[in-house]
Design a protein. Structure first.
Length: 258
């Protein structure tokens, strides 16, 4: 009887803990979920908002969850150490199906060469940008994925060209001077040719608003999320992790100040 009682308490505790982790409901869609820190529910000045979207591969969702939530949380540790931003220790998951997107002026999305957008999603994101929102996209590779990403962006922001960011672009100099940059590769290709899915040349691109402000910061043929996730792994080179953290800090500070 005692053994059964102890087992029941253990099972209840496990279920209770899972249900009360901040994003337990989405953990089955995440690549690398981790336990919540003690301050997971703290209200802060800034939260790292990751966009949850539909994808035809890996289930109806899931592609949005690559590297999360370990990458997001390690990056927030870095942001808290490297800046004076009062940043939350855990991410915010923002569903593309919800008007909650309007509450988060900075959004981060991965695998956007795989997104599927309804007319409602397109209208919501267009309205998001019209309100001054900022989107950083990362970890998509090769021309087929670029074409799929741009098919979506041409519906969201028709007539807005994509530019290559020059070395003197303000976004590269907000905190760190990144006039010279290196490609940030994924862990799976870091010691090979650093090419994923045919994406041989790294690009730092952007879509600007009418005033020249970056609205969409595009990290193409690179993988900052992997560098954040494996920053404390001795097998991942420090030079790439450092570049990824510096770029992430610059992009967030730019979004908050421009």
């Amino acid at each position: 009887m005692l053994a059964a009682l102890v087992l029941g308490v253990m099972l209840f505790g496990a279920e209770y803990g899972s249900r009360h982790r901040r994003w337990a409901v989405y953990e089955h869609e995440m690549q690398s979920p981790v336990e919540d820190p003690p301050d997971a529910w703290e209200k802060t000045e800034f939260a790292f908002a990751r966009l949850r979207f539909h994808s035809p591969r890996g289930g109806y969702y899931q592609r949005w969850g690559i590297d999360t939530n370990r990458a997001d949380r390690l990056f927030m540790q870095g942001l808290r150490r490297l800046t004076r931003i009062h940043a939350r220790s855990v991410e915010e998951i923002v569903d593309i199906d919800s008007d909650e997107v309007y509450n988060w002026p900075y959004l981060y999305a991965v695998a956007v060469g795989d997104w599927v957008l309804s007319e409602t999603h397109v209208a919501r994101l267009r309205n998001y940008f019209q309100r001054g929102g900022f989107l950083m996209v990362d970890d998509f590779h090769g021309e087929p994925e670029w074409a799929d990403f741009m098919a979506g962006m041409s519906r969201i922001l028709p007539g807005h060209p994509v530019i290559e960011l020059e070395n003197d672009a303000p976004i590269f100099h907000v905190v760190y001077d990144l006039a010279e940059r290196v490609r940030v590769p994924g862990y799976n290709v870091v010691f090979g040719g650093q090419v994923e899915r045919g994406g041989s040349v790294p690009h730092w691109r952007a879509i600007l608003d009418e005033k020249g402000r970056v609205q969409v910061a595009i990290c193409f043929n690179m993988d900052l999320g992997d560098a954040w996730e494996f920053a404390d792994d001795p097998g991942y080179p420090e030079m790439y992790a450092s570049m990824a953290y510096r770029m992430g800090v610059n992009y967030i500070l730019y979004a908050m100040t421009h």
